[in-house]
Write a protein that binds this ligand. Structure first.
Ligand code: SAM
Length: 194
């Protein structure tokens, strides 16, 4: 069946399926219900690894459950920590880092990602990327608090040098202007020599 491209998340999954391969090392910076973590665990195969962050035990439990159902838990390190601690907890090189901002569906909305910690984690992600590695960020400007965070993330992404990074914005057009969108940042620092 063809993928249904309703909003940015399925689009981000298509890109992950193309870029993340057996043996890849990736981070899910906001594991939440674990849907992105599960896809990443499938893609990295037996020889790759996923580091999945969340600050809520509830999210890690839901993710662990989803992984166990597919017997993929050994491919994932579940980290009960904020993604702003990424540099301390994961070593380079990384082939992908995925952020799905906002709150955990079905849990307290107060516990959402925040502009300052998100920007710290995004900067840290760039430091860990392998050549041609990707950072994918799904932003939710329509959520309370998400508008300011989405604007800050977009401003940060736009400020990255086009010599070093290839930065893309992907959003469905025939929806309200505050609909979620996805940013993609590819490390292009060694693209001249590849
Ligand atoms: N990717 C998830 C999925 O597929 O179900 C959805 C993620 S949800 C939109 C955002 C998650 O980010 C929440 O579970 C929340 O607890 C978590 N979060 C908030 N601040 C965080 C931080 N500083 N570090 C890591 N996770 C954080």
């Amino acid at each position: 069946p063809h993928p249904v491209l309703r909003g940015p998340v399925p689009l981000s999954h298509l890109l992950l399926q193309r870029f993340i391969q057996s043996g890849s090392r990736v981070i899910d910076a906001t594991c939440g219900n674990g849907k992105d973590t599960l896809l990443l665990a499938e893609l990295v195969g037996e020889t790759g690894h996923v580091w999945a962050f969340d600050i809520q035990q509830e999210a890690l439990d839901r993710t662990a459950q989803r992984l166990a159902e597919q017997n993929l838990q050994q491919r994932v390190s579940l980290l009960h920590a904020g993604h702003e601690r990424l540099l301390e907890l994961v070593k380079p090189p990384l082939h992908g880092v995925v952020f799905n901002l906002g709150w955990l569906p079905g849990a307290a909305r107060e516990i959402a990602t925040g502009t300052a910690t998100t920007l710290t984690a995004l900067e840290a992600s760039l430091q860990l990327l392998a050549p041609a590695g990707l950072v994918l960020v799904t932003c939710y400007p329509g959520h309370a608090g998400g508008d300011q965070e989405a604007a800050a993330v977009q401003k940060w992404a736009m400020s990255l040098s086009s010599r070093s990074y290839f930065v893309w914005r992907m959003g469905q057009l025939n929806v309200t202007p505050d609909a979620p969108f996805c940013l993609l940042i590819q490390d292009g620092r060694s693209s001249d020599v590849r």
